[in-house]
Structure formats: C-alpha cells, structure tokens
Design a protein around this ligand. Structure first.
Ligand code: FES
Length: 369
C-alpha cells in the first residue's frame, strides 16, 4: 500500500509558482467551470504543478493551487494524498507504479514486486543513478493484461520479472521500448489472438445486405424472362416487380400469417378437458368408463365389508354402507333425526305460555262485546 505522506522538510522547496505559460494554461482550465465551481479544476492544476516540478508535488505547490482556486489548503491536500497519481516525494526519471490489486497479484505482481525490491530497494526511494523509483498502487484499470506497471505516463502489460527488468534496462539506456502488452497481443484480446468474431464477412459488408442482393438478382432474372414485345420504344425497359419472389412472399406472410403467441404469453390457455365425464358425453361416449364403474362398485363393497376401501384409505367409521352391512339403519347415527317425507306437513310449533295468555284475553274481550 502506498505511503501517502508529504516528503520530509529537507526535501521540500522554499516556494512554488506556476511558470507564465502554465499560469495561462491554469486560467484556461479554471474558466471551464461556472462561477463558484473553480474547485473542480483542482486535479488538472495539481497535475500540471507535479509535471512542472519534476514529477512530484511539494507542499508549496499544493498551497499554490489552493490559493489559485480559493480553497482551504487542507482540501487540496486531501485530494493530493488520496490519488496515487500524485507523487508526494521525489521520484526517479522513470517512476514505476506497480499494480498490486487482486487480478495483477494473481497473475504475478508479487514476482514483479520482488524483482523491484531486489533491484531498487524499498518503494519511495530513488535509485542511486536517479533513474528509477517505484510504488505499489491499486488497480490501474488494465486488469485484462495483468500484471502491469505504469511508468511515467505509459502502461506496460503482460509482464514477467525478466521482461520488466529488460524494459528498465532499455529505458535507462534510452533504447526504444514497446508500450502496452509485452507479449504481442493486440489490446486486450485473448492470449494467442481473437477467438470470436473472426469472420471477415462481418466487417466487409458482404453479410449485411446479402438478402437485398438476392431480391435484386431475383428481379433481374424475372426481367430477363419477361416478354419484350410490349416494351415502349425509346426508354430502356424497366424490370417488372417480382410477383412471386422472396420479398413479396415475406410481405404477404407478415400480413396474413402473424406469428402465434407463445402459450403463456399474457392470455389464459384453453386446453381441452380430455378425460372429463362431460367431455366424454359431448363426444358421444359413455360418461363413466366401465372400468371406473367397476372400481367404484368394488370400493363400495370393500367399505361395507371392512370399513376401508383399500390400503391407505381412511376407515369409513360410520358410513351408511357400513351400518347397513352391520344390520343398523343407514341414518341411525345417535342424536340424528330422520328427515320427514316431502308429502308430510311439518308439525305445528309448540305453543308458548305467552301466546295462550294472549288468546284468552282476546276471547274474554269478545264475550264482553
Ligand atoms: S488489478 Fe492490476 S490493473 Fe487492475
């Protein structure tokens, strides 16, 4: 993890000021933002100050940016210490930022780190020749090509300790180096080259629009077969519109044969009740199948005899069939009343004492009259 402290006082310059050219550039950056939002330019200004000061940010530069933007110094210091793109201590001519986050770590960043420690010493120190310093940072966004480092403003990817060491030798010697993947892959495509979307016709236009070409060919063929006797004189004969071609067929199908909805697409599905008694009656069959009838009869006999139809059926403890089999009345359940026949009038309700008193009173009143 990066050490985000300011450099010791012995390393700090006495003052800092933008060069006239950079001051002009800073004004242009600040003018991009609306009045009262000048603080939004803090990162570009810090970046320019770091660039002007040899690749690292002294305290005086942080204070100068704060004054330029009218911000409290602590607010600008917060930004400078948060982002590892700002070096707070002197750096070498080539500042190596090694990504140590999980994808790079899984792909060999620890080996790179070991090599850097061995060659340059601990992070945050400039090498004796002034060429290199290094720092471990968080993900730099090139995970597909892990492990990787950023050196000054360029990315170097797909590294091994050997290739990084060779890269450092070349940089120190001023030899040209290759930016990006060090194994030769293009951008972030798979190792060994692309494995998908490799068909050239996807990109040369020969696949898109091929259907249109077929229609044109069909029209030309039909025009060639058409009788030429009635063609008007003067103008070249126009090709007749295809009447039975692929395009017309497709248009007609779209209009007359809409694709059926999926079974469960938004409306209830009506399915035929294939084995219901009502369906069988409607089809002219016996509503109850003979085998079902035989099964019901067997079930009734079994209940009458054993109180249970089959293994697993609940015992019919007090069924009419069982009672009949045992010589009892079918509706002989204790406390249960037999229903009277439909042709027998119901008995009158029992007279209460109150109604008798009322009747006696009425009779007495009639006698007095
Ligand atoms: S994890 Fe290393 S670049 Fe993302």
């Amino acid at each position: 993890m990066a050490n985000r402290r300011l450099a010791p006082a012995s390393e700090q310059p006495q003052d800092f000021a933008f060069t006239p050219e950079n001051a002009e550039w800073a004004k242009h950056q600040i003018a991009k933002y609306p009045e009262g939002r000048q603080a939004s330019a803090v990162i570009p200004l810090l970046w320019k100050a770091q660039e002007q000061h040899g690749g690292w940010l002294p305290q005086k530069a942080i204070e100068a940016v704060a004054a330029e933007l009218g911000m409290p110094k602590i607010r600008v210091l917060e930004v400078a210490t948060f982002y590892t793109m700002f070096a707070l201590e002197p750096v070498g001519r080539f500042w190596i930022q090694l990504c140590g986050t999980v994808p790079c770590d899984s792909c060999g960043a620890r080996e790179l780190k070991g090599m850097l420690e061995k060659r340059l010493g601990p992070p945050g120190h400039v090498s004796a020749d002034g060429n290199f310093s290094w720092l471990e940072v968080e993900c730099l966004g090139a995970c597909c090509n892990a492990p990787m480092v950023q050196i000054n403003q360029d990315y170097y990817e797909d590294l091994t300790p050997e290739s990084l060491s060779q890269l450092m030798d070349d940089l120190a010697a001023g030899r040209p180096v290759k930016v990006g993947s060090q194994t030769g892959r293009t951008s972030s495509e798979p190792q060994g080259g692309a494995t998908t979307l490799t068909d050239e016709t996807l990109f040369d236009g020969s696949r898109v629009g091929a259907w249109r070409k077929r229609f044109e060919q069909a029209k030309e063929a039909e025009a060639a077969d058409a009788p030429k006797g009635d063609a008007p004189k003067g103008d070249a004969p126009k090709a007749p519109v295809a009447k039975t071609g692929e395009a017309e067929s497709a248009t007609q199908q779209a209009a007359t044969a809409p694709r059926p909805a999926k079974p469960d697409a938004g409306r209830p599905v009506e399915r035929k009740a294939s084995d219901a008694p009502a369906q069988r009656a409607a089809d002219g069959e016996e509503p109850v199948k003979p085998e079902d009838r035989a099964d019901a009869a067997e079930r009734g006999q079994s209940i009458a005899k054993h109180g249970s139809a089959r293994p697993g059926d609940a015992d019919a403890l007090d069924s009419p069939a069982k009672r009949i089999a045992e010589g009892e009345p079918a509706a002989g359940e204790e406390g249960r009343q037999e229903l009277p026949g439909r042709d027998i009038p119901p008995p009158p309700p029992e007279a209460s004492g109150a109604s008798e008193a009322v009747e006696e009173k009425l009779a007495s009143d009639d006698e007095k009259k």
